[in-house]
Design a protein around this ligand. Structure first.
Ligand SMILES: C[S@@+](CC[C@H](N)C(=O)[O-])C[C@H]1O[C@@H](n2cnc3c(N)ncnc32)[C@H](O)[C@@H]1O
Length: 248
């Protein structure tokens, strides 16, 4: 599964920013949750091309930044973006295998940790990477994301293939000391095809384990059905969960 996730992000790296409107919007929202104190050392998990990292550079110009991503193609673009910043180090690494030489004052992640799937419930190891008083701030997709696509698939009795995202209640249950908030962002695509195509451009089209892809004719049927529901554009829900933990 992880290999497939990496392959897709490798393929999507060059087109990622063309379709990353939601990621940009969530990055802006997440940045408003960040502390105003000045952390000395920051870790960003899943930096991608550096959309959220840009906020870190602006907010904390004095900090040393470790940006990491599992996709070397993403890392390459991010390295180019910040090549003139000596305080920024970008590395290719799976966060689940990451070994730090020092602890961090701030760990952040935008729209990435849901890719850990069930291991999302094993994020306690991140606490060990934090200095005392340090904070973890992240955004991920929640269970109500893509409700409209799921509904159309249900109407036509086909499997939707989407990853299953966590509920706010389940995260609160697993991490009682962490704080969570949620938000629904409704994004408009000019067609169902445009929605699916954005997954490809972002590299986020990896489907759930065990999913049998639908045939092309079935897929066309789903797309037609979706487009027929609306005159101008189709609406898609992005259910975003924001998490925060302070290590005391
Ligand atoms: C949707 S992108 C978000 C990128 C960036 N944070 C942004 O806001 O634009 C998710 C990123 O997480 C990375 N990723 C997925 N699983 C990862 C893992 N286990 N360790 C590190 N990075 C991972 C992917 O390669 C991809 O670049």
């Amino acid at each position: 599964m992880k290999e497939r996730i990496v392959q897709r992000f490798q393929a999507g790296a060059k087109t990622y920013e063309q379709s990353a409107d939601i990621q940009r919007q969530v990055a802006a929202n997440l940045s408003k949750h960040l502390p105003t104190i000045s952390p000395k050392r920051i870790l960003e998990i899943g930096c991608g091309t550096g959309i959220f990292s840009q906020y870190l550079v602006s907010l904390y110009p004095q900090a040393r930044l470790n940006l990491l991503d599992i996709s070397s193609a993403m890392v390459q673009i991010c390295q180019q973006r910040f090549s003139s910043y000596p305080q920024i180090q970008v590395s290719c690494c799976d966060i689940e295998l990451f070994q730090a030489d020092e602890k961090f004052d701030l760990i952040v992640s935008n729209m990435t940790l849901h890719w850990l799937q069930d291991n999302l419930y094993k994020m306690d190891f991140l606490k060990n990477l934090l200095n005392q008083g340090g904070g973890l701030f992240f955004s991920i997709l929640g269970e109500n994301s893509f409700l409209e696509w799921k509904q159309i698939c249900q109407d036509l009795q086909v499997e939707d293939g989407l990853l299953r995202f966590p509920s706010l209640a389940s995260l609160r249950g697993y991490y009682p000391q962490w704080r969570f908030t949620e938000e629904n962002i409704i994004y408009c695509y000019h067609s169902a095809y445009a929605f699916l195509h954005s997954f490809k451009q972002l590299g986020t089209q990896t489907s759930r384990i065990g999913y049998q892809p639908m045939t092309l004719s079935r897929l066309r049927q789903v797309i037609r059905h979706f487009d027929a529901q609306s005159f101008e554009s189709i609406k898609m829900t992005y259910h975003v969960l924001y998490g925060n933990y302070c290590h005391i």
